[in-house]
Design a protein around this ligand. Structure first.
Ligand SMILES: N[C@@H](CCC(=O)N[C@@H](CS)C(=O)NCC(=O)O)C(=O)O
Length: 219
């Protein structure tokens, strides 16, 4: 399918990180359009950016003349348009499992710890940073405990969340583990999850998507 790809991204955004992994796994080249989430109160909050995404969040993927929003929808879009290698398993029940794992992170863990939530705590309720970080760790730990159980209890778990190739769930897991480390979460209770992260980070596609490797990362 024709058309250039541009990704509105922020180096440390875990939702954008998911999409960067997906694009790299597909071998697609794209231009990064940096949206600095902190500078000047946040470039995502400027009226110009609201035209691209009325939710004022990254990522947004531009393909040809169209804009796509929401990292999971974007990942499924690129998987449908460029099916090889697949980001979802071939069998429906395995696809449902992988979508469930991806949503556990993207829908139930990450939104509670998003920048705008943490900003609201600070600006509206004057929650001090240590309590704010305890909140962040609490929801990551709760989510990771469930994720770990779901991995340990399932025969489809391999070196990746599904067998031996990365899927949508791994695209979500690795950025969330990156965030967890940032906030000082103890990862020792989640050995399977950490082993999968390690396997992912051995792949150049995951390495190239890392926050520090992005053109807008501080040098
Ligand atoms: N559900 C959205 C979440 C997007 C999202 O929360 N992006 C964050 C960065 S990881 C953001 O843009 N935050 C800006 C803000 O909170 O003001 C997705 O998966 O794309």
């Amino acid at each position: 399918m024709d058309g250039d790809l541009r990704l509105y991204s922020y180096w440390r955004s875990s939702a954008a990180y998911r999409v960067r992994i997906g694009l790299n796994l597909k071998g697609l080249s794209y231009e990064t359009v940096p949206v600095h989430l902190l500078r000047d109160g946040g470039e995502q909050l400027k009226p110009d950016y609201a035209l691209a995404n009325p939710q004022q969040l990254v990522p947004v993927l531009e393909h040809g003349q169209r804009l796509y929003r929401q990292s999971l929808a974007i990942l499924e879009y690129i998987d449908e348009v460029w099916p090889t290698p697949p980001l979802l398993p071939a069998v429906a029940r395995d696809r449902a499992r992988i979508r469930g794992l991806a949503q556990l992170i993207a829908c139930d863990v990450h939104p509670l710890n998003n920048l705008r939530v943490l900003r609201y705590f600070e600006q509206e309720w004057h929650v001090p940073p240590p309590e704010r970080d305890t909140w962040v760790r609490h929801w990551i730990e709760q989510g990771f405990a469930a994720f770990e159980t779901l991995l340990q209890d399932h025969p489809a778990t391999g070196s990746f969340c599904d067998g031996h190739s990365p899927t949508l769930a791994d695209c979500c897991l690795v950025p969330q583990v990156y965030n967890a480390r940032r906030f000082g979460v103890d990862l020792s209770p989640y050995p399977t999850l950490v082993a999968i992260e390690r396997a992912c980070l051995e792949l150049p596609e995951f390495q190239a998507a890392a926050p520090e490797r992005q053109p807008d990362a501080p040098r």
